[in-house]
Design a protein around this ligand. Structure first.
Ligand code: CA
Ligand code: CA
Length: 476
């Protein structure tokens, strides 16, 4: 073919592609980073710097419709020269959609962007993400509806990537290795609204001085302070049975709803850590709450509620921080520890060694979505029957690797789906032989994630089953 004709065809098709992109409110994204070899024994090196996805410094453009106007334009408040402005005048659910080839975000911890609100009231932005298998279905994509609060002026918005793995209410979690859509938009705002975005980027786990961040050991170490909440009382007590040094005795008075303690004033960047741990002693001679709640609060108003069952004696509680992804883990301002209701008499727990742990060589594996019983490890949650018809059931498995690292495999399905997951051989490639896989099962109900912990050691080809069948262990 004539070379000029080929070039001409190419230019024409490029122009057409740009035109179509603008018509539909879509713009091509930068190419996806090279995918790491799946299941390779050596995990890829952790990124150490932020990765800019969009800085909007390309050619300016504008698209206007009756309901909305979207533009890449210069502004003095932009980072660099330009930003993306989305203005919605009226109508239903409009904004901007970026569709791109599958991108692997699994080595990062947070999705962040700069947002400018020129108005005088908070704007409620909605954000949607899809993975390669979402197929435009609500229950298979991530829907943060009206939940990103953009205050007047400058904001740094964080969406912790762990929340994409958990999935929003009514939806399964996403595969961070194949993200294909980012869509910021508005849902029927009561009056015209504008938000401008810039420096949309991914944030990695940062370096830390050690593998642990001590929040409080009640022996004078740790960065957190504490105060009581809702009529609970507390005092530091020396050497209660089973505890090293001192612990914090927290008394939940009878008849009081949600009494507890708040830990605050500590290091707020929890993205650098992987596990929330604390020891909770329930002495034989005191009344014990049947469960304990944690609320991880971000300084931006985001929250993640967790709950688990308690037993008499010393409870070594360990929960992966990915279960708390609905809070902005890069800016944690508070950790509340509380119970719901002490009915008959005062209940007491002793808290100790509240800390975050970091796991070397932590990598995110492929997620498991309701693929039934096939697999080397079966996680069976079918016997659980919580009194919430919208409940969903999930699990996180940490597979120890021969390299010393760990692969986190998240099992999620939308409500009403099967609740038996099969973790297949792909997820176990490079596993450290004869070592237990830690499994956290969870029930997502009533805005809270009720969790418990178990272990399984796969040997040979025989599948092993982790059976979660007791609501009491979840603290439900
Ligand atoms: Ca910019
Ligand atoms: Ca202590």
């Amino acid at each position: 073919m004539d070379r000029r004709l080929v070039i001409g065809c190419f230019l024409l098709s490029s122009l057409l592609a740009i035109f179509v992109a603008h018509l539909s409110g879509q713009v091509a994204a930068p190419p996806a980073p090279a995918a790491g070899a799946q299941g390779a024994a050596e995990p890829p090196a952790e990124p150490t710097t932020e990765k800019i996805l969009w800085d909007f410094e390309g050619p300016p453009w504008k698209w206007k419709e009756e309901e909305k106007e979207v533009a890449v334009e210069a502004n003095e408040h932009a980072h660099g020269k330009q930003w993306l402005r989305i203005t919605m005048f009226h109508g239903f659910s409009r904004g901007m959609r970026y569709t791109f080839q599958p991108q692997d975000w699994s080595a990062y911890r947070a999705f962040r962007f700069f947002a400018w609100n020129p108005g005088e009231e908070d704007a409620l932005l909605s954000v949607r993400f899809d993975d390669a298998e979402s197929n435009d279905k609500y229950a298979l994509r991530y829907n943060l509806n009206d939940e990103v609060r953009v205050k007047p002026g400058a904001n740094e918005v964080e969406i912790t990537l762990a929340s994409l793995r958990l999935g929003t209410q009514g939806s399964r979690g996403l595969d961070l290795k194949s993200i294909v859509i980012f869509a910021p938009f508005f849902i029927t705002p009561p009056k015209p609204v504008t938000v401008c975005l810039d420096d949309v980027r991914l944030v990695p786990r940062g370096k830390t001085e050690g593998d642990e961040l001590l929040l409080a050991d009640f022996d004078g170490r740790g960065t957190a302070k504490w105060r009581n909440w809702r009529a609970s009382t507390f005092q530091v007590e020396e050497r209660p049975d089973g505890v090293d040094g001192a612990a914090l005795a927290v008394n939940f008075p009878a008849g009081q709803q949600y009494p507890g303690v708040e830990l605050f004033g500590m290091e707020g960047n929890w993205l650098n850590y992987d596990m929330l741990c604390m020891d909770v002693l329930c002495p034989e001679d005191r009344a014990t709450p049947r469960h304990i709640f944690f609320n991880v609060k971000g300084s931006d108003g985001t929250q993640a509620w967790l709950c688990t069952g308690l037993e008499k004696g010393l409870n070594h509680l360990r929960a992966p921080l990915e279960l708390a992804g609905f809070a902005s883990l890069g800016r944690v301002s508070e950790l509340d520890v509380f119970t719901d209701f002490a009915a008959e008499k005062e209940e007491t727990v002793f808290l100790d060694n509240v800390r975050l742990e970091r796991r070397a060589g932590y990598v995110v594996g492929e997620p498991v979505h309701r693929d039934g019983v096939v697999g080397r490890i079966r996680v069976d949650l079918r016997e659980l029957a919580p009194d919430d018809e919208n409940a969903s059931f999930g699990a996180v498995a940490w597979v120890p690797l021969a390299t010393g690292g760990v692969r986190s495999v998240h099992c999620t399905a939308p409500p009403g789906a099967e609740v038996e997951y099969g973790i297949g051989t792909d997820s176990l490639v490079g596993m450290k032989a004869n070592s237990p896989v830690e499994v956290w099962g969870y029930i997502r109900a009533k805005n809270c994630l009720y969790w418990t912990h178990d272990e399984a050691t796969p040997k040979g080809e025989e599948p092993v089953t982790v059976n979660f069948d007791d609501l009491v262990r979840f603290g439900y």
